[in-house]
Each structure stands twice: as structure tokens, then as C-alpha cells.
Design a protein around this ligand. Structure first.
Ligand SMILES: [Zn+2]
Length: 450
């Protein structure tokens, strides 16, 4: 099954169109991170992100493959170097030393900057022209984020919201949320267990957590970062939680499939704040509040023919029917049949896993090789972390009702560009919006005067 290193190598192999072994070699690199006083938060974030993908050198490492210098510090090695300059306006990463000023920067902005600095460092050490384009200087302007004035420092109660999904983006969301003053109670919902490749991008998980349920592991690991917020884990689906505890005001959505998002829409949360990643190429942010005449979560993640192809190839690869795959999670009966077709698989260990997850693991282990494997590839840590930061920013924007758009795509290898925000319309054949009963229910639940 997939180790952390294999998961990263497979992602890179897919990005570059090379063999996994060659990709593993390209990731066998050392980066030394030198951090100026006052930039420790950014330095620690960058180290944490890089450490899950390549090797971060000890401070006595004299000849790293790259030395990354953050803030006004002197390089400690002959290089090669890249330099990052952080100010209240933004972050610049370049191959030459930069001008600096000593300014106090909010830690959430440091966390965002860290994702872009990690991207630039990774791009430089991998050094392939087949990677998505990243040109230096890379300049990220914090004004593009559209963060409402004062919202980073104004305490707020998050009770009434639910974090749906405790995977990579769920981890990234909590890592980012710890930097803003929140209080209250936040349920964390996920029916799955930690997979062997997960720690490559889930910063609250370690290899000791593999096989344990995600929700309680995440809640326990993240809790010390939240003195005024109680994280309450639920090992079940969002639908099961709603059945137990009733309607949810705000769903913070980080689940990993389009199908799961559409089924979540049917539980009719008043507000949805969602972020997803497309392998390592894009981060997509969506939000809406009901009632809306614009796109819902099921409009944004409407059924596309590709999904059939992927489900078919998962079914064929695992030796089961496509209807069984559509059920989402592996039953005891399906596990027995899969184990029969794949001697390396132990039936008892895969019951309750998502088909996507098993498929991804078998792909990483080279047990299955199909073009559709790519669609379920896990991104690098910095991509999931960026999705988490953008999710927190979208939460602040919708809290302050400054969100007049509902869709944003951000290139994790580039800079966030505010004018790329879109207001996506409703899709005429959306399986949720086109259902008159569902629309009526929305208005009676969340309409004016409801
Ligand atoms: Zn819709």
C-alpha cells in the first residue's frame, strides 16, 4: 500500500508524465530553511509543509540542494538560494536577495505566504519544465484575498458550523483556523479512517494514526491549538449527523468526491463554504447561502461523464459491479470479492473504506494502473494547506457578507488573483435546484421570515 513517499512520487510522476521511480529520485532533495528573527511563524509553516514532501535539512547541513532564506537573514551555505520577503502588503519570492521591512504580519497571512514560499522552493528543487509554470519573482498581494477589514482580529463564535471531512483540506482548514480568534463548539464529521498515504498532506496526522478513525484523531491533534473552541468528533457521514442532531446552519465542506458533495447538498445546510483541490494544479473555493438563485454545491460539482469513467475503471480494477462502487463505502461482501481478485488485499482491512481511497492506494502500489487513477491522486501538502487557508478566508468573507461571488479558482503555483472570482449561475439540470420540492423546502427552512 502507499507510503507517504510513494504518494508524493506518484503525484509528481503524474504531473511530469514520468515513471514513479524517476519521480521519487526528483523528490530525493534537501532544502535548508534559514529564517530571520520575527519570521518564526512563517518559517515553521514552510518547514512543516516541505517536510511532508522532501527533506528539510538540519541547521548543520552545509550542502543542501537549496537554501531558502526567509526575511532579512544571511544565507548560511554557498547555495543555490531563493529568498522570501514578507510585508503587510504581501510576499515576494525571488532568486536574488530582496529588500525587507520589519512589519508585524498576521499569522493567517504568514500561513498563506508559507504555501506560496513552499511552492517556489519545491518548484526550484524539482527543477522540471513539465511542472505547472512558476516564474520568479513570485509576488503575492494580500489585497487580492478580499479579507474584510478587521475580520482577522475580531473574535467570533463558530458554533452552528460543522466541519465536513477530516482529510487533507480538513486538516488544512483547522491549521489555518487556529490563527483567527474563534470560540464555541465545532463538530468534525468523517466516516473514514486515516490511510497510509494521508500523512503526506494531513499535517495533524502521523504514521502512527494509520487505520484509526479520522474525526477523533484530527479533533484530538488539533484541540491544543484552540483554547476557546471545542472540537467534537463524529465518525459518521454528514447525512447521519443531520439525522441525529437536525439541520445544520453552516457546512464547511472538505470531502474528497463530487458525489459526496452532491449528496451533502441534499441535507440543505443554510450556508456552504467549500474548498477542493484538483491534483496539484488548482484550488477551488465555493460558497453560497440559501435561499440563492445562483449555483449551489450540486451545481458546482454536477455530475460529469468523467465520473462514470472513473467509477467504471474502479469497478473493473477491483473486480466488482459499478453499482457497488456507487454505494461509496466497501461492505463486508464487496471486501471479500475484492480480496479474491487481489491477493495482496486483506478483506478485513478494507471494510468501511471508500472505494476511491482503496483505488488510490492500489494505484500507488502499482497494483492498478489506469488513466483514471490520476483523478484521485493526492496533492502535495502545500496545495491542501492553501485550500485550508482560502477556506478560512471565505468563511470570514461570508461572515461579513462581503462575498458577492460564489466561485474562485487559485493556481497553487502562482498568486491568488481577486478578479478571477466569479458568480456562477444555477445549472438548469442541477439535481438539487431543478427539484421543485427541494426548492420549496429551502424557502420554508431558510427563506425570509422562516
Ligand atoms: Zn444546484
Amino acid at each position: 500500500m502507499a507510503t507517504v513517499g510513494q504518494e508524493n512520487a506518484r503525484m509528481l510522476a503524474s504531473l511530469l508524465g514520468i515513471e514513479e521511480a524517476d519521480a521519487a529520485e526528483r523528490l530525493d532533495k534537501t532544502v535548508r530553511v534559514t529564517v530571520a528573527a520575527g519570521f518564526a511563524v512563517a518559517g515553521d509553516e514552510v518547514r512543516d509543509l516541505l517536510d511532508r514532501t522532501i527533506r528539510v535539512a538540519d541547521l548543520d547541513e552545509a550542502e543542501p540542494d537549496l537554501e531558502l532564506v526567509i526575511g532579512p537573514a544571511e544565507p548560511a551555505t554557498p547555495g543555490p538560494h531563493i529568498y522570501a520577503s514578507l510585508t503587510q502588503r504581501g510576499v515576494i519570492v525571488d532568486a536574488i536577495p530582496l529588500r525587507h521591512s520589519n512589519e508585524c504580519i498576521h499569522p493567517l497571512l504568514m500561513a498563506l505566504a508559507a504555501c506560496h514560499i513552499a511552492a517556489a522552493a519545491l518548484h526550484r528543487v524539482i527543477g522540471s519544465s513539465s511542472l505547472p509554470r512558476l516564474s520568479l519573482p513570485l509576488s503575492v498581494d494580500f489585497a487580492e484575498l478580499g479579507i474584510p477589514k478587521g475580520s482577522l482580529t475580531t473574535p467570533f463564535d463558530i458554533s452552528g458550523m460543522v466541519l465536513v471531512g477530516g482529510g487533507a483540506v480538513g486538516n488544512g482548514f483547522l491549521r489555518a483556523l487556529r490563527h483567527v480568534p474563534v470560540r464555541g463548539i465545532l463538530p468534525v464529521v468523517d466516516p473514514k479512517v486515516v490511510g497510509e498515504g494521508n500523512p503526506n498532506r494531513c499535517l495533524y496526522f502521523t504514521s502512527d494514526d494509520v487505520g484509526l478513525p479520522k474525526a477523533p484523531i484530527l479533533a484530538q491533534a488539533a484541540q491544543p491549538d484552540f483554547p476557546d473552541l471545542e472540537l467534537k468528533p463524529h465518525t459518521c457521514t454528514f447525512g447521519e449527523l443531520v439525522a441525529k442532531t437536525g439541520l445544520v446552519d453552516t457546512a464547511i465542506v472538505t470531502v474528497d468526491s463530487r458525489r459526496a458533495r452532491r449528496s451533502l447538498q441534499k441535507e440543505i445546510p443554510r450556508r456552504v463554504i467549500d474548498a477542493s483541490t484538483t491534483d496539484a494544479r488548482a484550488v477551488i473555493v465555493h460558497s453560497h447561502s440559501q435561499p440563492t438563485d445562483d449555483a449551489c454545491l450540486a451545481c458546482i460539482y454536477r455530475h460529469v461523464p468523467d465520473e462514470h469513467a472513473r467509477e467504471r475503471s474502479i469497478a473493473e480494477g477491483l473486480g466488482i459491479e459499478i453499482e457497488t462502487v456507487r454505494a461509496g463505502f466497501i461492505t463486508a461482501d464487496a471486501a471479500a470479492r475484492i480480496a479474491k481478485a487481489h491477493p495482496s488485499v486483506e478483506a478485513g482491512k478494507i471494510i468501511g473504506k471508500a472505494y476511491d481511497t482503496l483505488f488510490k492506494e492500489l494505484c500507488s502500489a502499482q497494483a492498478l494502473l489506469t488513466p483514471e487513477g490520476r483523478q484521485v491522486l493526492a496533492p502535495f501538502a502545500f496545495v491542501s494547506a492553501l485550500a485550508g487557508v482560502l477556506l478560512v478566508i471565505e468563511l470570514l468573507r461570508t461572515n461579513h457578507q462581503t462575498a458577492t461571488t460564489n466561485y474562485w479558482t487559485v493556481d497553487p503555483w502562482g498568486a491568488p488573483i481577486g478578479r478571477l472570482r466569479r458568480l456562477r449561475p444555477r445549472v438548469p439540470d442541477c439535481e438539487f435546484c431543478a427539484d421543485d420540492d427541494a426548492r420549496r423546502l429551502v424557502h420554508s427552512l431558510w427563506g425570509r421570515g422562516a
